[in-house]
Design a protein around this ligand. Sequence first.
Ligand code: ARG
Length: 297
Amino acid sequence: MTHRRVADINFDLANLPFLPHPTRILMTSPEHFDVTYVINAHMSGNIGEVDRAQARKDWISLKSAYVQCGLEVDEVGGIQGLPDMVFCANQTLPYVSEDGRRKGVVLSKMFAPERAREVQYFRRHFENLGYDIIDDLANGTTEFEGMGDALWHSGKRLIWGGFGFRTDPGVYELISEKLGVPIMLLALEDPEFYHLDTCMCILDDDTVLIYPDAFTGEGRALIRHFFPVVIEAPENEARTLFACNAHCPDRKHVLIQKGCEQTNAALRSHGFEVIELDTDEFLKSGGSVFCMKLMTW
Ligand code: ARG
Protein backbone atom coordinates (compact mmCIF):
# COMPACT_ATOMS: atom_id res chain seq x y z
CA MET A 1 0.00 0.00 0.00
CA THR A 2 1.08 3.54 -0.64
CA HIS A 3 -0.22 6.52 1.33
CA ARG A 4 -0.19 10.23 0.52
CA ARG A 5 -2.25 11.73 3.34
CA VAL A 6 -2.47 11.32 7.10
CA ALA A 7 -6.20 10.59 6.63
CA ASP A 8 -5.24 7.48 4.57
CA ILE A 9 -3.16 5.91 7.34
CA ASN A 10 -4.88 2.78 8.60
CA PHE A 11 -2.11 1.35 10.81
CA ASP A 12 -0.07 2.23 13.84
CA LEU A 13 3.69 2.61 13.36
CA ALA A 14 4.31 0.84 16.68
CA ASN A 15 2.63 -2.31 15.30
CA LEU A 16 4.80 -2.56 12.17
CA PRO A 17 7.50 -5.26 12.18
CA PHE A 18 11.01 -4.34 13.28
CA LEU A 19 13.61 -3.51 10.66
CA PRO A 20 17.16 -4.42 11.73
CA HIS A 21 19.43 -1.38 11.64
CA PRO A 22 21.80 -1.62 8.64
CA THR A 23 25.44 -2.06 9.57
CA ARG A 24 27.46 -1.97 6.34
CA ILE A 25 28.48 0.94 4.16
CA LEU A 26 29.12 0.75 0.42
CA MET A 27 31.03 3.49 -1.37
CA THR A 28 32.18 3.99 -4.98
CA SER A 29 35.72 5.24 -5.51
CA PRO A 30 35.84 8.73 -7.05
CA GLU A 31 38.67 8.51 -9.61
CA HIS A 32 36.24 9.10 -12.49
CA PHE A 33 34.03 11.63 -10.72
CA ASP A 34 33.46 14.82 -12.72
CA VAL A 35 30.76 17.20 -13.91
CA THR A 36 30.49 16.62 -17.67
CA TYR A 37 26.73 17.17 -18.20
CA VAL A 38 23.88 18.94 -16.40
CA ILE A 39 21.00 16.82 -15.08
CA ASN A 40 20.13 18.83 -11.96
CA ALA A 41 20.00 22.52 -11.07
CA HIS A 42 23.17 22.41 -8.95
CA MET A 43 25.37 21.14 -11.81
CA SER A 44 24.69 24.10 -14.04
CA GLY A 45 27.83 26.22 -14.50
CA ASN A 46 30.05 23.48 -13.02
CA ILE A 47 31.12 21.53 -16.12
CA GLY A 48 34.89 21.17 -15.92
CA GLU A 49 35.04 22.79 -12.47
CA VAL A 50 35.80 19.70 -10.37
CA ASP A 51 39.18 19.49 -8.65
CA ARG A 52 39.71 15.71 -8.77
CA ALA A 53 42.57 15.63 -6.27
CA GLN A 54 40.44 17.53 -3.77
CA ALA A 55 37.47 15.26 -4.49
CA ARG A 56 39.63 12.23 -3.73
CA LYS A 57 40.74 13.77 -0.41
CA ASP A 58 37.15 14.58 0.56
CA TRP A 59 36.03 11.06 -0.32
CA ILE A 60 38.81 9.50 1.78
CA SER A 61 37.83 11.68 4.75
CA LEU A 62 34.22 10.54 4.42
CA LYS A 63 35.30 6.91 4.29
CA SER A 64 37.50 7.40 7.39
CA ALA A 65 34.59 9.00 9.25
CA TYR A 66 32.56 5.82 8.74
CA VAL A 67 35.44 3.67 9.92
CA GLN A 68 35.81 5.96 12.95
CA CYS A 69 32.11 5.31 13.74
CA GLY A 70 32.93 1.59 13.76
CA LEU A 71 31.38 0.66 10.40
CA GLU A 72 32.85 -1.57 7.73
CA VAL A 73 33.12 0.05 4.30
CA ASP A 74 32.87 -2.03 1.09
CA GLU A 75 33.82 -0.53 -2.25
CA VAL A 76 32.63 -0.74 -5.84
CA GLY A 77 35.25 0.70 -8.18
CA GLY A 78 34.31 3.78 -10.21
CA ILE A 79 34.13 3.34 -13.99
CA GLN A 80 35.56 5.65 -16.62
CA GLY A 81 32.85 7.56 -18.49
CA LEU A 82 30.40 7.33 -15.55
CA PRO A 83 31.17 10.54 -13.64
CA ASP A 84 28.12 10.26 -11.33
CA MET A 85 28.66 6.64 -10.31
CA VAL A 86 30.31 7.87 -7.09
CA PHE A 87 26.77 8.75 -5.92
CA CYS A 88 26.07 5.14 -5.05
CA ALA A 89 22.85 5.83 -3.14
CA ASN A 90 21.00 5.97 -6.44
CA GLN A 91 21.39 2.68 -8.34
CA THR A 92 19.69 0.36 -5.82
CA LEU A 93 17.39 0.12 -2.82
CA PRO A 94 18.68 -2.60 -0.46
CA TYR A 95 16.30 -4.59 1.74
CA VAL A 96 16.40 -7.41 4.26
CA SER A 97 13.84 -10.03 5.28
CA GLU A 98 12.14 -9.82 8.66
CA ASP A 99 14.35 -12.51 10.17
CA GLY A 100 17.44 -10.73 8.79
CA ARG A 101 18.51 -13.76 6.71
CA ARG A 102 17.58 -12.90 3.12
CA LYS A 103 19.01 -9.77 1.65
CA GLY A 104 18.27 -8.14 -1.65
CA VAL A 105 18.27 -5.01 -3.75
CA VAL A 106 15.70 -3.36 -5.98
CA LEU A 107 17.60 -2.15 -9.05
CA SER A 108 16.96 1.40 -10.25
CA LYS A 109 15.90 2.69 -13.63
CA MET A 110 17.95 5.88 -13.84
CA PHE A 111 16.17 9.03 -14.98
CA ALA A 112 19.08 10.37 -17.08
CA PRO A 113 20.41 8.21 -19.95
CA GLU A 114 23.91 9.41 -18.95
CA ARG A 115 23.60 7.36 -15.74
CA ALA A 116 21.85 4.25 -17.10
CA ARG A 117 24.99 2.09 -17.38
CA GLU A 118 25.88 2.52 -13.69
CA VAL A 119 23.22 0.07 -12.48
CA GLN A 120 24.83 -3.07 -13.96
CA TYR A 121 27.97 -2.67 -11.79
CA PHE A 122 25.89 -2.65 -8.62
CA ARG A 123 23.88 -5.61 -9.88
CA ARG A 124 27.11 -7.56 -10.27
CA HIS A 125 28.38 -6.50 -6.85
CA PHE A 126 25.21 -7.63 -5.07
CA GLU A 127 24.87 -10.82 -7.14
CA ASN A 128 28.39 -11.78 -6.05
CA LEU A 129 27.34 -11.28 -2.43
CA GLY A 130 24.34 -13.60 -2.94
CA TYR A 131 21.68 -10.89 -2.65
CA ASP A 132 18.28 -11.38 -4.32
CA ILE A 133 17.83 -9.01 -7.24
CA ILE A 134 14.53 -7.34 -8.14
CA ASP A 135 14.95 -5.99 -11.66
CA ASP A 136 11.35 -5.36 -12.77
CA LEU A 137 11.89 -1.59 -12.61
CA ALA A 138 15.35 -1.69 -14.20
CA ASN A 139 13.85 -3.56 -17.15
CA GLY A 140 10.80 -1.30 -17.39
CA THR A 141 10.24 2.27 -18.44
CA THR A 142 9.26 4.09 -15.22
CA GLU A 143 12.10 5.81 -13.43
CA PHE A 144 13.25 4.99 -9.93
CA GLU A 145 16.50 6.24 -8.35
CA GLY A 146 16.99 3.93 -5.38
CA MET A 147 17.95 5.46 -2.06
CA GLY A 148 18.08 8.91 -3.60
CA ASP A 149 14.28 8.84 -3.29
CA ALA A 150 13.35 5.76 -1.23
CA LEU A 151 14.37 5.89 2.44
CA TRP A 152 13.79 3.19 5.03
CA HIS A 153 12.26 4.37 8.28
CA SER A 154 14.58 3.70 11.22
CA GLY A 155 13.79 0.43 13.00
CA LYS A 156 10.45 -0.17 11.25
CA ARG A 157 9.45 -1.83 7.99
CA LEU A 158 8.15 1.32 6.33
CA ILE A 159 9.55 3.31 3.39
CA TRP A 160 9.42 7.01 2.60
CA GLY A 161 9.14 7.52 -1.16
CA GLY A 162 9.97 10.83 -2.82
CA PHE A 163 8.77 11.52 -6.35
CA GLY A 164 8.47 14.30 -8.87
CA PHE A 165 11.88 14.74 -10.47
CA ARG A 166 13.76 11.42 -10.65
CA THR A 167 11.23 8.80 -9.56
CA ASP A 168 7.77 8.06 -10.93
CA PRO A 169 5.25 7.70 -8.06
CA GLY A 170 3.75 4.61 -9.76
CA VAL A 171 6.86 2.51 -8.95
CA TYR A 172 6.06 2.53 -5.25
CA GLU A 173 3.02 0.24 -5.67
CA LEU A 174 5.30 -2.45 -7.07
CA ILE A 175 7.99 -1.91 -4.45
CA SER A 176 5.42 -1.96 -1.65
CA GLU A 177 4.00 -5.25 -2.97
CA LYS A 178 7.38 -6.92 -3.54
CA LEU A 179 8.82 -5.93 -0.16
CA GLY A 180 5.54 -6.16 1.77
CA VAL A 181 5.88 -2.72 3.34
CA PRO A 182 3.73 0.42 3.40
CA ILE A 183 5.21 3.38 1.54
CA MET A 184 4.56 7.03 2.42
CA LEU A 185 4.65 9.15 -0.72
CA LEU A 186 6.20 12.61 -0.60
CA ALA A 187 5.84 14.95 -3.57
CA LEU A 188 8.91 17.08 -4.36
CA GLU A 189 8.31 20.35 -6.17
CA ASP A 190 11.48 22.47 -5.87
CA PRO A 191 14.10 21.50 -8.51
CA GLU A 192 16.98 22.16 -6.10
CA PHE A 193 15.54 19.39 -3.90
CA TYR A 194 15.22 16.85 -6.67
CA HIS A 195 15.80 13.70 -4.58
CA LEU A 196 14.15 12.98 -1.23
CA ASP A 197 17.61 12.65 0.35
CA THR A 198 18.29 16.33 -0.41
CA CYS A 199 15.55 17.46 1.98
CA MET A 200 14.96 14.59 4.46
CA CYS A 201 17.44 12.79 6.68
CA ILE A 202 16.12 10.13 9.06
CA LEU A 203 18.34 10.28 12.14
CA ASP A 204 16.85 7.66 14.46
CA ASP A 205 13.53 5.93 15.18
CA ASP A 206 11.95 9.19 16.40
CA THR A 207 13.94 12.00 14.81
CA VAL A 208 14.14 13.42 11.32
CA LEU A 209 15.94 16.41 9.82
CA ILE A 210 14.04 18.13 6.99
CA TYR A 211 13.91 21.25 4.89
CA PRO A 212 10.16 21.86 5.30
CA ASP A 213 9.56 24.03 2.23
CA ALA A 214 10.69 21.27 -0.12
CA PHE A 215 7.47 19.41 0.74
CA THR A 216 3.76 20.02 0.23
CA GLY A 217 1.51 20.60 3.26
CA GLU A 218 0.32 16.98 2.94
CA GLY A 219 3.88 15.72 2.93
CA ARG A 220 4.86 17.76 5.99
CA ALA A 221 1.80 16.46 7.84
CA LEU A 222 2.75 12.85 7.03
CA ILE A 223 6.29 13.43 8.31
CA ARG A 224 5.01 14.99 11.55
CA HIS A 225 2.55 12.14 12.00
CA PHE A 226 5.35 9.55 12.15
CA PHE A 227 8.23 11.49 13.74
CA PRO A 228 7.78 12.93 17.25
CA VAL A 229 10.90 15.07 16.73
CA VAL A 230 11.31 17.08 13.51
CA ILE A 231 14.45 19.21 13.20
CA GLU A 232 14.26 21.88 10.51
CA ALA A 233 17.28 23.06 8.52
CA PRO A 234 17.28 26.75 7.50
CA GLU A 235 16.96 27.49 3.80
CA ASN A 236 20.55 28.62 3.09
CA GLU A 237 22.08 25.56 4.75
CA ALA A 238 19.63 23.18 3.06
CA ARG A 239 19.91 24.73 -0.40
CA THR A 240 23.60 25.52 -0.72
CA LEU A 241 25.25 23.21 1.84
CA PHE A 242 22.93 20.20 1.49
CA ALA A 243 22.37 20.11 5.27
CA CYS A 244 19.62 17.48 4.89
CA ASN A 245 21.88 15.26 2.80
CA ALA A 246 23.63 14.40 6.04
CA HIS A 247 23.81 10.81 7.25
CA CYS A 248 23.43 9.27 10.67
CA PRO A 249 24.79 5.71 10.37
CA ASP A 250 24.41 4.68 14.00
CA ARG A 251 21.65 6.86 15.55
CA LYS A 252 24.37 8.91 17.21
CA HIS A 253 26.90 10.51 14.84
CA VAL A 254 25.75 12.82 12.07
CA LEU A 255 28.10 13.20 9.10
CA ILE A 256 27.36 16.52 7.42
CA GLN A 257 28.86 19.06 5.02
CA LYS A 258 30.89 21.61 6.97
CA GLY A 259 29.41 25.02 7.73
CA CYS A 260 25.81 24.04 8.58
CA GLU A 261 25.99 26.03 11.82
CA GLN A 262 22.31 26.33 12.73
CA THR A 263 21.54 22.75 11.74
CA ASN A 264 24.50 21.49 13.77
CA ALA A 265 23.41 23.45 16.84
CA ALA A 266 19.94 21.90 16.55
CA LEU A 267 21.42 18.41 16.08
CA ARG A 268 23.65 18.84 19.13
CA SER A 269 20.75 20.08 21.24
CA HIS A 270 18.99 16.78 20.45
CA GLY A 271 22.02 14.79 21.61
CA PHE A 272 23.66 13.99 18.24
CA GLU A 273 27.41 14.18 17.71
CA VAL A 274 28.21 16.17 14.58
CA ILE A 275 31.10 15.19 12.28
CA GLU A 276 31.71 17.99 9.77
CA LEU A 277 33.15 17.03 6.40
CA ASP A 278 34.21 18.83 3.26
CA THR A 279 32.12 17.67 0.29
CA ASP A 280 32.53 20.89 -1.75
CA GLU A 281 33.61 19.15 -4.96
CA PHE A 282 30.58 16.85 -4.86
CA LEU A 283 28.20 19.73 -4.11
CA LYS A 284 29.12 20.98 -7.61
CA SER A 285 27.32 17.89 -8.92
CA GLY A 286 24.33 18.22 -6.58
CA GLY A 287 25.38 15.64 -4.00
CA SER A 288 26.87 15.41 -0.52
CA VAL A 289 27.30 12.81 2.24
CA PHE A 290 24.11 10.78 1.94
CA CYS A 291 24.40 10.39 -1.84
CA MET A 292 27.94 9.04 -1.63
CA LYS A 293 27.16 5.88 0.27
CA LEU A 294 24.66 3.08 0.48
CA MET A 295 23.79 1.39 3.76
CA THR A 296 23.16 -2.34 3.62
CA TRP A 297 22.81 -5.31 5.92
N1 ARG B 1 24.89 14.49 -10.32
C1 ARG B 1 24.09 13.46 -9.69
C2 ARG B 1 22.72 13.42 -10.35
O1 ARG B 1 22.20 14.44 -10.70
C3 ARG B 1 23.98 13.69 -8.24
C4 ARG B 1 23.25 12.60 -7.49
C5 ARG B 1 23.15 12.87 -6.04
N2 ARG B 1 22.58 11.78 -5.36
C6 ARG B 1 21.61 11.84 -4.42
N3 ARG B 1 21.29 10.75 -3.82
N4 ARG B 1 20.97 12.96 -4.16
O2 ARG B 1 22.14 12.39 -10.54
